[in-house]
Design a protein. Structure first.
Length: 212
């Protein structure tokens, strides 16, 4: 099995930038329904800046990539997404050591979620990105325990995150700006959970490209 490395991390960010730019209007529309409508623009702009900085000064290891992402998102992305994703990637950078295998994929997701929860004080069932990260951790752990590769663990995590994002539709928001809508937030998919699913899918795509 091929473990994950810095080239995978860089490819993950390039794919994320392309995907978030592609889905910019979708994320804007989702956020417009229950938020302030800037999530898609912020994420696309933030990851475009990530790639620019990464090209100017390429990091030498996975931790360096994640740190660059965190610093860029915190400085370039407004609203809640910048601090939340920035803290997630800071925690992920601290966890990026040793063999970056399937078991580490779960560690990555746990570190990211820990950062998000620390920053946003959210828990599951509140219609936030936590509802995508939490099942991703469970799926990654199960894949690692079954002896699967890092790419397979990431794909399992991404699929679980996508299901988690869909599962936010019937929820009533009780955290963040969407919570102001109360019952009117029901029936809309959370934009943060959606962008989480896209990010993890890009991580899986990059890992599968490494495995060939």
């Amino acid at each position: 099995m091929t473990n994950l490395d810095v080239e995978w991390a860089k490819d993950w960010m390039r794919r994320s930038s392309d995907t978030l730019t592609e889905h910019r209007m979708e994320l804007i529309d989702l956020d417009r329904a229950i938020g302030d409508g800037d999530h898609g623009e912020n994420m696309a702009r933030g990851f475009t800046a990530v790639i620019q900085r990464m090209d100017e000064a390429p990091p030498e290891d996975v931790a360096g990539v994640f740190k660059l992402v965190a610093q860029t998102l915190m400085s370039k992305v407004g609203g809640a997404a910048g601090p939340l994703y920035g803290t997630a990637f800071i925690r992920a950078s601290k966890a990026a050591e040793g063999d970056l295998d399937a078991a580490w994929v779960a560690t990555l997701c746990e570190a990211a979620l820990d950062g998000i929860v620390t920053r946003g004080k959210a828990t599951t069932g509140e219609k936030t990105m936590v509802d995508a990260w939490t099942p991703a951790i469970t799926a990654a752990k199960a894949a690692a325990d079954a002896g699967h590769s890092p790419a397979q663990a990431l794909r399992a995590a991404a699929d679980a995150a996508a299901e988690g994002a869909e599962a936010t539709i019937p929820l009533k928001a009780t955290k963040g700006r969407a919570s102001y809508l109360g019952e009117r937030s029901i029936g809309h998919k959370d934009p943060g959970a959606t962008s989480t699913a896209y990010l993890l899918a890009c991580a899986a795509d990059a890992a599968e490209a490494v495995e060939g």
